[in-house]
Structure formats: C-alpha cells, structure tokens
Design a protein around this ligand. Structure first.
Ligand SMILES: Nc1ncnc2c1ncn2[C@@H]1O[C@H](COP(=O)(O)OP(=O)(O)O)[C@@H](O)[C@H]1O
Ligand SMILES: [Mg+2]
Length: 603
C-alpha cells in the first residue's frame, strides 16, 4: 500500500508540474521526497516486523507439532509398556500355573491358552513327536480343536518342517504359501485361517515338537511375538518334564497302592511302638474289621492270648534287623462272634522308612492247618488200622478154636449142669469177642463191601424205625428233612445202615443225660455227592476228644455204655465206600456229624 501511495504521489506531482512554478515544484518535490523516503522506511520497517511475526507464528506451530508427536510417542511407549507388562504378567501367571500343575495334559492346555493370548492368536495346537516318529497333536483349541488326537507325518507338514529345521516359521496369509503346508490341512482350513506362526519346542537341545498358532484374519506375527512364544515354549518343556516326572511317580504310587490294597495276603505296616500304621483290604479276612478300624491299634491286640509273647519277640527281632516268620492265632471278631484264624506272618523292616516301620505279610492258613490235622488223623487211623487188622487175625483163629471146642463139649450128654453153664458163658463171650474182631476188621477195611444201589433215604428211615421207641422214651424230638430227589449211591446197605445207626446212637446218648433234645436228620445232594447230616442238641464233643473220636476204643463213656468202636467202624466203612465222615460242627449247642458218598453214575 505504501508503494501504491508513492507511485500515485509521484504521478500527481508529474501532473501538477506544469501548473506550479519551478521553485514551488522543487519545494513540493522535496516534501514529496521526504514523505516518500519516510513512507518507504516505514514500509521497510513494517515488512521486517511482519516477517518476524510470521516466523514467530511458525515456530509456535512447530513447537506445538513437536509436542503432539512427543505426546504420541509417549502414548505409544505407554501402550507398548503396558503390552509388555501384560505379556510379562501372562508369562508369570503361566509359570505359576504350570509350576502348580502336575498333570501334563493340563500343562499343555494352559500353555496353549497363554501363548494364544500373548501372541493374539485365534486358535492353536501343540504337536509332540511320538514314539512312532509322527507328530501327535496333544492339544488343540478353536478351529484346530479337531486336530487334537491326530497323528501328522513329519514329512509333508509345516510343523514337521519347523521341528526339523528348528527355525520358527510365520506367514501373514497362508493362501500365498499353500505349497508350504500339508494339502489336507490346507483344504480343511483355507477358509478359516490366514496368519500362521509355528515355533519349535525343544528339551535339552532336542526338538520334541512345535506349537502352531493361527489367526482368522490375515496377520503378520512380529519377531517379538515369535520370541515370546519361544521363551514360553522353553518354559513349557521344563514344566512338561516336571509334570511327566510327577505323573510317573503318581502312577508308580498308584500302582503300589493298588497292589497293596488288592493283595490277597493281609499286609500291615507297623510302627516301632507296635501300632498299626497301614492295613490293606485283606486284613478284614483275618481280623473281621475294616482296614481303617485296625489302623492305630496295637497289633498284638489282634493276636490270641497264648501267642502274644512269641509274636512280640518276633516283632522285636525284626526291629533289630532280623526278619522273622511266625505262625500265630489271630482273634477274628465278626460283630461280636469271635473265632480263631491260624495266620502265617512274615515280618521285615521297611528299608529307609522314617520313622522306622515293619512290613508284615500275613496269610490265613487255617484251612491248610485243618487239612493237615485231618491228614495226620487219617494217617494215624490207617496205621492203627494196620495194627488192628494184624491183631484181629491173630485173635480170630484162637477164638474160632475156642468156639468150636466149647460147642463140641456142649454136645456131650453126660455133662454136669454147672459145667454146661460155664461152657455156655465161654461160648457167648467168645461170640462177643469175635463180633469185636469183626468190627475191627470193618474199621481196618479188610472186609470188602457189597456193591448194590442204595437209597440213603431208605437207610435213614430203617434206622429211625429201629430206634424210634428209644428216642421218644428219652424225650428226644425227631426232625427229618429228606431230599425227595436224592440220587442213589453204590454200596453195602447193611454197612451203611450201621454207620447211620452209630451216629444216631451217639446223638441219642449225648442228649439223654440232658433230659432230651432234638435230633435232626437231613439228606441232600451236593456237587455230585449224597450227604447226610445228623444234628443233635447235646453238649458237644469235648475239646480234648475232638482229635481222637475216630480212634478204635476211644470213648468218653462209662464202662458198658460205650466201646469206642462206633465211629472208628463207621470211618472204615465210609472210607471203603469212597465216602467221608466228619464232625462239621460241635459246640455247647450241639453237634453235627456229616457223612457223604459219591452219587451213583453207573453200577
Ligand atoms: N453226637 C455226639 N455228641 C458228643 N460227643 C460225641 C458224639 N458222637 C461221638 N462223640 C464222642 O466220640 C466218642 C467216640 O464215639 P464212638 O466211636 O461212637 O464210641 P462210643 O460211642 O462207644 O464212645 C464218644 O465217646 C464221645 O465222646
Ligand atoms: Mg458210639
């Protein structure tokens, strides 16, 4: 504008030059010159000032811009820091979880969950090389969940390549690299996944598998992402190893527990104090109590009184380092009813047990011992039989001679009556003696039984007819339970009836002094055998007599009441018939005698 004024002023001066005089014009020119100079100087000054104002404005803008970018940077850094912190937290959490986790499968699941989160993946899978040389997908999530449990060959899979090379592999869009993944996987997932990152998992320098992360949208996993996954994979391999160790231990422990619990023999661990520390299920068989009831009790309390001292000294010997074996009676308690079990116990010190403890393995040998006793009894009876048979033959000959001569003399008409009486006595006593000899021979099984079909129900009925009156007279009630479809047996009906009679007589004799009782006779078939039970409500067989009742001449009865031959003869007869005879039960409430014979298959 100032320049415009100078130009217009100069043009006006040029116009008025002809109108004014030279001197006035010169004055005007001077004034105009001064004014023009002042104007130009002022303009110059103004222009400079303007320029500096502009510069100032520009620098303000620049400063503001710098501040904005600084703020942005700070914000960016803050976000990055926060992210790093989140990742760190996640990694720390994973470390905690994995360290706490003892199940290898859950370790893998936790790991996958955490890496997917850290790397921002939508799905993932972990593959580990199995013994068959294939990659087994041990865990999968999201769209890769289907892969869990699958075995992938190393040869044509992306995972296999990563495991072989040991270098992580990542692509932002798998569609551009379809030749790099197995065709199956590609077909299956091409519409679902884009970004892929596969990182190897190593253990002590050996590559054991890989973790595969995928995203639904196209996405480039950064180097940082891969580094983080690698760091976590290292953590995984350590934790996995620990968890596997724990798992192996747990399995071993479980196997031991199962063996311990299910062992057929009773197993106790006993502390130095003599108290039971552990007991397995089989303990119930010999103590009658649940295992937990036994725990904490003193083990000697379970032993029958007379055996406690030897048991305790065996315990002491074992504690001082000498493994021992004892056979003792345990008192078994079945809800109040006590019985004795003969138990063989092997004791040893538990190595490295702290506090010191003993291992006791106890086997119930009651049945074996009973069997042994019975066998010994049978052996002894056989020996007695041999002896008796020999004696009986030796006695038989003189007896027949005596009998023959006494009969011959009795035929003499001239005999004095007193001599005749004496000879009668000789004859009848001789016959009694030879009956005893006959019985002894039956016991010694020297007389072969007849073989005919016998219905034992008939035998029982005939026996009862013979003794019916004696029973009612002695206040004995008779009960019978005869099986209507009892199979026949093969044998000598007369001998079998004698056995039956002997049992009935013994039962009646046992109950008569008590003023009577109940006699129960039962016949039944039992796994190919015909069984007869004779049960009385008498006082039972005395303890001291139990082992000897089948011995010839063993009796607890008074002279004239018992000969001690009934059961021994019966024993011989049953043995000759392939049968058995035993006292199956005897207590103060009564006695059950049982005979059994093989049922007849054919004659
Ligand atoms: N039912 C029974 N109850 C109690 N004791 C019995 C019974 N049967 C047999 N005994 C015992 O067995 C012993 C032997 O019996 P046994 O051989 O028949 O001879 P005896 O009857 O002549 O004594 C008897 O003395 C008795 O002590
Ligand atoms: Mg008798």
């Amino acid at each position: 504008m100032q320049l415009g004024c100078v130009v217009i002023g100069t043009a006006l001066l040029m116009r008025i030059r002809p109108l004014v005089g030279g001197a006035e014009f010169a004055q005007l020119m001077t004034i105009a010159g001064v004014v023009g100079f002042v104007t130009i100087v002022a303009w110059g000054l103004q222009t400079r000032e303007h320029r500096s104002a502009l510069e100032m404005a520009r620098s303000v803008i620049e400063a503001r811009e710098a501040q904005v970018s600084l703020e942005e940077t700070v914000e960016q850094r803050t976000i990055e820091l926060e992210e790093a912190q989140r990742v760190l937290q996640r990694m720390w959490w994973l470390g905690q979880q994995i360290a706490l986790e003892l199940n290898p499968q859950r370790v893998l699941e936790r790991f996958l969950e955490a890496v997917s989160d850290i790397a921002g993946a939508d799905a993932g899978a972990v593959g580990l090389i199995g013994e068959d040389g294939k990659i087994h997908v041990v865990v999968g999530t999201g769209m890769l969940a289907d892969y869990q449990g699958m075995a992938i060959p190393i040869a044509d899979s992306a995972m296999g390549r990563v495991i072989r090379s040991g270098a992580a592999w990542t692509v932002s869009d798998v569609r551009d690299h379809r030749d790099k993944v197995s065709p199956d996987a590609y077909e299956h997932l091409r519409d679902k996944m884009r970004g892929v990152a596969i990182v190897p998992i190593s253990r002590r320098g050996e590559r054991i598998g890989a973790v595969n992360l995928v995203t639904r949208e196209s996405r480039q996993f950064t180097t940082t992402d891969l580094e983080r996954i690698e760091a976590m994979a290292d953590l995984l391999s350590v934790s996995l190893e620990n968890a596997e160790l724990v798992e192996t231990l747990r399995k071993a422990e479980w196997r031991f527990r199962t063996l311990f619990r299910a062992a057929p023999d009773a197993v106790f661990t006993v502390l130095q104090s003599g108290r039971i520390h552990e007991a397995n299920d089989a303990v119930r068989e010999i103590t009658g109590h649940e295992p937990r009831v036994n725990v904490g009790r003193e083990i000697v309390e379970l032993i029958a009184e007379p055996d406690r001292a030897p048991f305790q000294s065996a315990l002491d010997a074992t504690l001082s380092g000498r493994p021992s074996r004892v056979e003792v009676a345990f008192t078994r308690d079945d809800s109040g009813v006590t019985s004795r079990r003969i138990v063989a116990v092997a004791m040893s010190r538990l190595p490295e047990a702290d506090p010191p403890a003993l291992l006791l393995i106890a086997r119930d040998v009651t049945k074996e011992r009973e069997m042994r006793t019975r066998l010994m009894e049978a052996d002894r009876l056989a020996a007695v039989g041999e002896l008796v048979a020999g004696v009986a033959h030796e006695v038989n000959n003189p007896l027949s001679t005596i009998s023959a001569f006494s009969q011959m003399m009795l035929r003499d008409e001239t005999l004095a009556p007193s001599h005749r009486d004496s000879l009668d006595v000789i004859k009848s006593e001789t016959m009694r003696a030879s009956q005893v000899v006959k019985d002894l021979l039956a016991f010694a099984r020297r007389s072969e039984p007849h073989r005919e079909l016998v219905d034992m129900n008939d035998v029982v009925a005939r026996t009862l007819r013979l003794r019916g009156y004696q029973m009612t007279a002695n206040g004995i009630t008779l009960e019978t339970a005869l099986c209507s479809e009892l199979p026949h047996v093969v044998g000598d009906a007369r001998q079998l009836q004698q056995v039956c009679l002997n049992l009935v007589i013994n039962a009646v004799q046992a109950m008569t002094p008590m003023g009577g009782g109940t006699l129960r006779l039962m016949t039944y078939g039992d796994s190919g055998r015909v069984v007869i039970d004779v049960r009385d409500t008498g006082p039972g067989i005395p303890d001291a007599a139990k082992a000897r009742i089948f011995e010839p001449f063993f009796t607890t009865k008074d002279e004239g009441e018992g000969t001690g031959l009934g059961l021994s003869v019966s024993y011989g007869i049953m043995a000759a018939h392939g049968g058995t005879i035993e006292a199956v039960e005897t207590s103060s409430k009564g006695t059950t005698m049982r005979i059994s014979l093989p049922r007849c298959e054919s004659l």
